[in-house]
Design a protein around this ligand. Structure first.
Ligand SMILES: NC(=O)c1ccc[n+]([C@@H]2O[C@H](COP(=O)([O-])OP(=O)(O)OC[C@H]3O[C@@H](n4cnc5c(N)ncnc54)[C@H](OP(=O)(O)O)[C@@H]3O)[C@@H](O)[C@H]2O)c1
Ligand SMILES: *[C@@H]1O[C@H](CO)[C@@H](O)[C@H](O)[C@H]1NC(C)=O
Ligand SMILES: *[C@@H]1O[C@H](CO)[C@@H](O)[C@H](O)[C@H]1NC(C)=O
Length: 373
C-alpha cells in the first residue's frame, strides 16, 4: 500500500507515469532468448556496483565528448541567507515517505554524512522517530536546520499553536528553524471539507505564524505549493515578515522556469521538492540522456547531476532517500560547467511540463490548486 493510500490527505501521484515506466522496462525482456537473459543478468551484475560508484571509469569511457576528473569541479554554495539573516543549508534530507523503522536510521546516516537540514512535516507522521534520531546524534541544536509544515486542517489561527507544539514535542526541540504553510488549502478542523475563506485568504493564518515568530517558537516562516497569484494575494497585505521560502515541485519534468525567474526577481527563495521526480519517476529522471551524458563526462552520478543543477539554479534542494549510499551521494553537489548546466536547463524546459504531485483530484477540490499561474 502506498503512503498516499494510507493517508488520503496526502498528495496522490500520477500512477500512469509510473506504471507505464515499469511496463516499458519489463516488456522487451520477455521476448529475449535464455542466453541473452543470462548475458543481461551478468552485465547488470557487473554494472550495478559500478553505477553506484560515483567515479566509475568504466562508465566514463562511454561518454560523449571530453571527460573530466570530478575532483576538479568547483563546489556550489552550501547555504543561502534568508531575510532574517539565518543561513539555510542548500541541501536537505527530505523525509516524506520515509517510513517507521526507516526514517530514524536515514536521519542518523544523514547527520553523520554531514547533512544539517531535515525537511519534515506534521503530516509525514514520522516526526517522533526523526526527533529520537536527532537526540541520539551528537549534533548541537544550533547547528541543525529543522523544517516542519502546518497541515491543512490547522489553518484556523486558534488551531495553529497546538499543531506546532505537537511537531516541536515530537522533534524534541523548542523552536523550528522554518515552518511552512504546507498547502494553500485549508480544511475545516478534522475533516477534508474545504474552508473556503481561509483558502481564499491565508492572511489570518500568516498573522498567527508571525506572532509565533515573535514568541520565539519559529525562526522563519514560509509557504509551500503557492503559485504567483496566491503569493501576490498574501504579500499584498502589510506583512510583518515576508515568506522566507516557497517550497514547490521542481525537477527535470516540472522545472517551472517562469516561477523561478519571478521568485528571483522578487527575492523569494525556492525549495525544490521531489527533485528526482519522486519515487514514481526517479528511474526515468536518472535515465534522461543529457543527465547520463553529463554524469559520465564529469565523473559524477546522474542523481548528483540533477541535485547539483537544482542548487545551481539558485534553489534549495530536498532529495529524499533512506538508502545510506544514496544519502551520502545526494549531499555531494558540484558546479556543472556552464555548457552542461545550460544543456540540462534547455532539455528540462523544452518538453511539456508534467507534475508528479497534485492532490487536487484526490482532495476533490472544486479547482486545481496550481491553476491561474
Ligand atoms: N511541500 C510538499 O508538498 C512536498 C511534496 C513532496 C515532497 N516534499 C519534500 O521533498 C522531499 C523529496 O521529494 P520526494 O520524496 O517526493 O522525491 P525525490 O527526493 O525526488 O525522490 C525520492 C526517491 O528517489 C530515490 N532516490 C533518492 N536518491 C537516489 C539516488 N541517489 N539514486 C537513486 N535513487 C534515489 C529514493 O529511494 P530510497 O529512499 O529508497 O533510497 C526515493 O524512491 C520529500 O521527502 C519532502 O521532504 C514536499
Ligand atoms: C583526479 O584528480 C585528483 C587530484 O587532482 C587526483 O588525485 C586523482 O588521481 C585524479 N583521478 C583520476 C581518475 O584521474
Ligand atoms: C486575497 O484574495 C481574497 C479572495 O479573492 C480577497 O478576499 C482578499 O482581499 C485578497 N487579499 C488582498 C490583500 O488583496
Amino acid at each position: 500500500m502506498s503512503f498516499s493510500q494510507k493517508y488520503h490527505q496526502l498528495p496522490t501521484f500520477d500512477k500512469d507515469a509510473g506504471d507505464h515506466e515499469s511496463l516499458q522496462r519489463k516488456d522487451p525482456r520477455k521476448r529475449r532468448s535464455p542466453f541473452l537473459v543470462i548475458a543481461i543478468i551478468m552485465f547488470l551484475g557487473a554494472s550495478i556496483p559500478c553505477m553506484r560508484m560515483a567515479r566509475s571509469r568504466a562508465f566514463l569511457s562511454a561518454c560523449n565528448g571530453p571527460q573530466r576528473n570530478s575532483s576538479t569541479l568547483a563546489n556550489l554554495p552550501s547555504h543561502y541567507t534568508l531575510p532574517s539573516g539565518d543561513k539555510i543549508p542548500s541541501v536537505a534530507l527530505g523525509v516524506w515517505q520515509a517510513s517507521q523503522g526507516e526514517v530514524g536510521n536515514a536521519v542518523k546516516t544523514a547527520l553523520s554524512t554531514g547533512y544539517r537540514h531535515i525537511d519534515g512535516a506534521w503530516i509525514y507522521r514520522n516526526e517522533e522517530e526523526v526527533g529520537q534520531a536527532l537526540k541520539a546524534s551528537s549534533v548541537p541544536r544550533e547547528e541543525l536546520w529543522l523544517t516542519s509544515k502546518l497541515w491543512n486542517t490547522f489553518h484556523a489561527p486558534e488551531d495553529i499553536e497546538a499543531a506546532l507544539d505537537q511537531s516541536l514535542t515530537k522533534l524534541g526541540t523548542d523552536y523550528l528553524d522554518l515552518y511552512l504553510i504546507h498547502w494553500p488549502v485549508a480544511f475545516k478542523e478534522g475533516t477534508t471539507v474545504l474552508d473556503e475563506d481561509l483558502t481564499a485568504d491565508p492572511y489570518p493564518t500568516w498573522q498567527k505564524l508571525e506572532e509565533l515568530v515573535d514568541r520565539g517558537k519559529i525562526r522563519n516562516i514560509g509557504i509551500s505549493n503557492f503559485n504567483i497569484r496566491r503569493i501576490q494575494n498574501l504579500t499584498a497585505n502589510n506583512l510583518k515578515y515576508q515568506p522566507a521560502v516557497n517550497q514547490v515541485e521542481l525537477n527535470f519534468w516540472n522545472p517551472q522556469p517562469e516561477l523561478l525567474q519571478w521568485s528571483k526577481e522578487n527575492g523569494l527563495l525556492l525549495e525544490a521538492y521531489s527533485p528526482l521526480g519522486s519515487d514514481k519517476q526517479v528511474g526515468k529522471s536518472l535515465s534522461v540522456p543529457e543527465v547520463k551524458d553529463i554524469a559520465c563526462k564529469l565523473g559524477i552520478t546522474p542523481a548528483q547531476v540533477i541535485i547539483s543543477w537544482s542548487v545551481q539554479r539558485g534553489t534549495i534542494v530536498l532529495p529524499k532517500s533512506v538508502t545510506p549510499s544514496r544519502i551520502a551521494e545526494n549531499l555531494a553537489v558540484f558546479e556543472l560547467p556552464q555548457e552542461d548546466f545550460e544543456r540540462l536547463e534547455t532539455a528540462a524546459t523544452s518538453h511539456t511540463p508534467q507534475r508528479v504531485v497534485n492532490p487536487s483530484a484526490g482532495w476533490k477540490l472544486p479547482f486545481d490548486v496550481f491553476d491561474g499561474q
